[in-house]
Design a protein around this ligand. Structure first.
Ligand code: SF4
Length: 705
């Protein structure tokens, strides 16, 4: 019942990977407000606090970048220029660096908040035309361990389940995640399932007793870094209870005998001691899984952001495989995606080691297929991975990388060991920042600033954590001269003299992307902007003529995407390779999100209502640790290690494990000081396979300040 002059537009929330549908209503003055979209399969009209306040971030344009700017020398101030001048200057510098130092002297660092079309053109530009694989995104900090885990166990980066499986599961094991705060609408679905079915068992493993634990039947409050020991202990208990699905394991998996031998080497007593949990809780967990008709695992950064993130993923997925709990309703692994379009980025190959449609960068035939499709010479796509996120900034610091183009992300808050990243920016020869806000810290180093259109000011698609693709419409014009990110990249590519970027419309980019998926396991060749506008959302694979609804569940036929078509049960070491605590730095720092803020707060930080929940950073510390250190609740403390320091108020809480402290990841600078930035302390140790940083384990000291 819209009033005259008002219009309604259906879109998708641009924060977490849950992918809630939103109804945007626009008034005659061009202001918008949002509500949850009634009947949407993900959220049924609900939104969390962040989603509910989305319109404030759009209506308030006070921080928006409005015009392109360039500085023509390091000692000169930036000045407003036309788009042509900004892009010609950037193209000239990129061309001369590439000519002098080669294609690997430049890089793009983008974001899991980019639309799929944006990801696609950036990836095509650097891999297919510039001839370097130096594109990475902040998804590297988020999902890359899950990507490798899925590939190694199931054959491809393919989430096998849907959210609807949560409605019928009878055991849900949440590992290293706090979805009650970080994926709230999905967690409400679990809460509703628990209300309907009190026999639904919920197990949470986390060193902190978070809001998610409030409905847990078992909280395994493990020591940081012991997840694999715990998963193996549960595996051992399942073997000893006779809970293995022998037929499934022998017909559809490989590697069980080795796994069994490995997990039997550590007794449950030893495992419980190492993890800091009770044997009884391990046995109870295993007995719940044994009895489950539908067993689901859910996880996010507690497993992914680790020096052994891939092994943590594999050891958890193994619990689904050994019990045959995959490929049927209410069963399987579900990685929770931190960002709205991390999966869309993976579909187009938007990381330094990927190719479009889950093709393998190291496979010459796959490279040739993509080169032919893009009509570029054979051999153009470099046969080696480009720089991952941490490698990119290390290479910038060492001078190997000369230019970096930052799109829609704020690495000066979000990267680990962030003071080194600051040094890297200082050494860069050329920095391009493409963003919506003049509040992002990277602007201090920008030679070129490119103002981008925000959510609701551009159109395109995103894929949520259950493979659900949605179309997001353009509802408003961007302020000033800001342009959609895909248009900026295509205009730049044309200034570089590259063919293949003369798209008239975002739908044309999408059509090219889905064509490249044809015949692959991620086939979405039946999708188009027009169809998505009509149907709202669909899950891939979606092949023309085969299905009206898309695909809710993978592997129903127990045929996996590995070469043998069998799922792989990998045996992994349970050793944690994080840095060690010491007498000097005896506490383990873990970082994470709070309920009402998002990433580095360039959007949610503008909304007063969202500051009411928690308005400043804090250190969560156990009262016993605080007492030993003479720290009072709400007193100022200094957290320190060799990389830096942070000064915030202490929040004493018995909900955190002794020996562990927690800082929120969101805050950056307080005035001119960076003393509330958690990443002053984190380290750039990464998982060797996924290159994902070890954000959840840094050795620190804490003292009253
Ligand atoms: Fe947005 Fe995630 Fe909240 Fe849904 S749960 S409204 S997608 S932030």
């Amino acid at each position: 019942h819209l009033k005259a002059g008002f219009s309604e537009h259906l879109s998708t929330c641009c924060y977490c990977g849950v992918g809630c549908g939103v109804s945007i209503q626009k008034d005659p003055l061009g202001r918008i407000w949002v509500e949850g979209e009634q009947g949407h399969p993900v959220n049924q009209g609900q939104l969390c606090s962040k989603g509910m306040n989305l319109h404030h971030t759009v209506n308030d344009t006070s921080d928006r970048l409005l015009y392109p700017e360039v500085r023509f020398g390091r000692s000169q101030p930036r000045q407003r220029v036309s788009w042509d001048v900004a892009l010609e200057r950037t193209a000239a510098v990129f061309s001369s660096l590439i000519e002098k130092y080669g294609p690997d002297s430049v890089a793009f660092y983008a974001s899991g908040q980019c639309l799929t079309e944006e990801y696609y053109v950036i990836n095509k530009l650097i891999k297919g035309y510039i001839g370097s694989n130096n594109i990475d995104t902040n998804s590297r900090l988020c999902m890359s361990s899950a990507v490798v885990g899925y590939k190694m166990s199931l054959g491809e980066d393919s989430v096998p389940v849907s959210y609807e499986d949560l409605d019928v599961a009878d055991v849900i094991f949440v590992a290293g995640a706090n979805p009650a705060w970080c994926h709230p609408i999905l967690w409400r679905r679990v809460e509703a399932a628990k209300e309907r079915n009190p026999d639904l068992k919920i197990i949470v493993s986390d060193p902190r007793k978070t809001q998610t634990c409030s409905i847990a039947d078992v909280h395994l409050q493990l020591n940081p870094g012991t997840d694999i020991v715990l998963h193996h202990a549960i595996g051992r208990a399942l073997i000893e209870m006779g809970a293995i699905d022998v037929a499934f394991v022998s017909n559809h998996t490989e590697g069980f005998a080795h796994y069994q031998e490995s997990v039997m080497q550590r007794t449950l007593e030893e495992a419980a001691e190492l993890c800091g949990v009770s044997i009884n809780d391990i046995l109870t967990t295993a007995s719940y899984i044994k009895e489950a008709k539908g067993f689901m695992t859910m996880w996010t950064m507690g497993l992914n952001q680790s020096a052994v993130g891939v092994s943590k993923n594999l050891s958890l997925i193994n619990l689904n495989l050994i019990t045959g709990q995959i490929g049927r309703p209410g069963a399987g692994p579900l990685s929770l995606t931190g960002q709205p379009n991390a999966m869309g980025g993976r579909e187009v190959g938007g990381l330094s080691n990927l190719l479009p449609a889950h093709r393998d960068l190291m496979n010459p035939a796959h490279r040739a297929e993509v080169e032919d499709f893009w009509a570029v010479p054979r051999g153009r796509i470099a046969p080696k991975p480009g720089l991952s996120a941490t490698e990119m900034f290390e290479a910038l610091e060492s001078g190997k990388l000369k230019a970096v183009w930052i799109i829609c992300t704020n690495p000066l808050i979000s990267m680990p060991d962030v003071r080194r990243v600051e040094q890297a920016f200082k050494k860069a020869k050329f920095v391009v920042v493409q963003d919506i806000s003049h509040r992002v810290e990277t602007l201090a180093y920008a030679d070129v600033v490119l103002p981008a259109a925000s959510w609701a000011e551009k159109e395109g698609t995103m894929t949520n954590a259950e493979r659900r693709v949605s179309y997001l419409p353009k509802v408003l014009n961007a302020p000033g001269e800001a342009l959609p990110d895909a248009e900026i990249i295509c205009r730049f590519a044309q200034k570089m003299g590259f063919k293949g970027f003369d798209f008239n419309h975002s739908a044309d980019i999408y059509a090219e992307h889905v064509q490249l998926t044809q015949g692959t396991n991620v086939d979405m060749s039946g999708l188009s902007h027009a169809l998505l506008k009509e149907k709202r959302t669909l899950q891939w694979p979606y092949i023309s003529g085969q299905s009206d609804q898309g695909t809710a569940r993978l592997f129903s036929d127990n045929q996996f995407y590995t070469s043998s078509q069998k799922a792989q049960i990998h045996t992994v070491s349970d050793e944690n390779t994080s840095e060690k605590v010491s007498n000097e730095f005896p506490l383990i720092l873990t970082t994470g999100r709070i309920r009402d803020q998002w990433h580095t707060m360039s959007k949610t930080g503008k909304v007063n209502k969202l500051k009411q929940h928690i308005h400043e950073s804090f250190l969560e510390i156990h009262p016993d640790d605080a007492a030993q250190l003479g720290i009072q609740d709400q007193s100022l403390v200094e957290i320190k290690n060799n990389r830096g320091e942070v000064r915030v108020k202490a929040k004493l809480s018995p909900d955190i494990k002794k020996g562990v402290v927690f800082l929120p990841m969101h805050w950056g600078k307080l005035g001119n000081m960076d003393l509330n930035r958690a990443n002053n302390l984190t380290n750039n140790l990464v998982d060797p396979k996924s290159k994902e940083p070890d954000f959840k384990f840094s050795a620190v000291s804490v003292k009253a300040y």
